[in-house]
Design a protein around this ligand. Structure first.
Ligand code: ZN
Length: 230
């Protein structure tokens, strides 16, 4: 792998995006990390993103503030209760209220603009189509459509550049992602997954994200370093 290849990595500070960052690094990319403050309740995730970017050695880390007015109505940004203690079956069925309208489209659009400005053609996103919460913008069809759009809608794309949206986790289970992170030596105590953390930052242990994470650690046979509310 050539040195000095550069990539944008979308970094939420969660388990998946942190592992994606480590994979991009392992593939030889110098990482430009991009995070968003979009009025999410779990603002502690931005702190997690900062910790991860510093620890994993981002060449640069930007945190963009988006106007949260556009996302109103989602449980992650609005005053709607985050669902708790749902069964695996319930989590797998339908699109939950924690869906944020067009979030990955908006995130990837910002990543694309920054990539084109920096003459970077590789963008990594930690979407996952297996152990996910039913979000349509985590599916491979969506990613492939976005990639086509990126190559049609940019000067770099039209002039022969080729944007690639990398999704190294797309077909992995949560347990496989966690094992991958351990193999890469990622300190998962830096990460944050909970949709509804306590004011002190501790994870609730009951929302879909906490449950998927805990199940992943169980299946991987590893111990989650996070401190959950008992
Ligand atoms: Zn939680």
């Amino acid at each position: 792998m050539a040195d000095n290849r550069r990539a944008i990595v979308l970094l939420s500070g969660g388990l998946d995006s942190t592992t994606t960052f480590a994979i991009a690094k392992q593939q030889g990319f110098l990482v430009y990390a991009l995070s968003f403050d979009y009025g999410q309740r779990h603002a502690t995730e931005i702190e997690a993103a900062r910790r991860v970017a510093a620890k994993l050695g981002a060449a640069e880390h930007r945190v963009l503030t988006l106007d949260d007015a556009v996302f109103s109505g989602s449980a992650l940004t609005d005053h709607v209760d985050v669902p708790k203690l749902r069964s695996d079956k319930e989590i797998a069925a339908g699109i939950p209220v924690t869906y944020v309208p067009a979030r990955n489209t908006i995130f990837l659009a910002h990543a694309l603009a920054w990539a084109e400005a920096l003459a970077i053609t590789d963008i990594f996103i930690g979407v996952n189509a297996l152990d996910y919460s039913g979000y349509p913008d985590c599916r491979p069809e969506f990613i492939s459509a976005f990639e086509n759009m990126a190559n049609l809608g940019t000067k770099a794309g039209v002039e022969g550049g080729r944007f690639t949206i990398h999704t190294p986790l797309i077909s992995l289970s949560k347990a496989e992602i966690i094992r991958r992170a351990y193999d890469l030596g990622v300190d998962l105590s830096l990460t944050h997954s909970c949709y509804d953390p306590l004011p002190d930052g501790r994870a609730c242990g009951q929302c879909d994200a906490c449950q998927l994470r805990k199940k992943g650690f169980r299946e991987a046979g590893l111990t989650d370093p996070l401190d959950y509310v008992k």
